[in-house]
Write a protein that binds this ligand. Structure first.
Ligand SMILES: [Zn+2]
Length: 53
C-alpha cells in the first residue's frame, strides 16, 4: 500500500525498521533486545527494509 503522507511514512519506517530478527529462528525481537526471546540465541540482526513509496 503506497503511503503519500511523509509524516506517516516516517513513523511507519521507524516502526518497521526498529526491529531485530533472530538469524536462527526468525523471531522478531525488540530493538533493545540483546538476544532472542524465543530461542535465546545472541545471533540477532537489524531488520533492514525501507518502506515502499
Ligand atoms: Zn531465535
Amino acid at each position: 500500500m503506497p503511503i503519500s503522507d511523509p509524516m506517516k511514512l516516517q513513523i511507519a519506517q521507524k516502526r518497521l525498521l526498529m526491529i531485530k530478527i533472530c538469524r536462527k529462528c526468525g523471531a522478531r525481537n525488540a530493538s533493545t533486545a540483546e538476544r532472542c526471546r524465543r530461542c535465546r540465541s545472541y545471533d540477532l540482526r537489524w531488520k533492514k527494509r525501507t518502506v515502499q513509496k
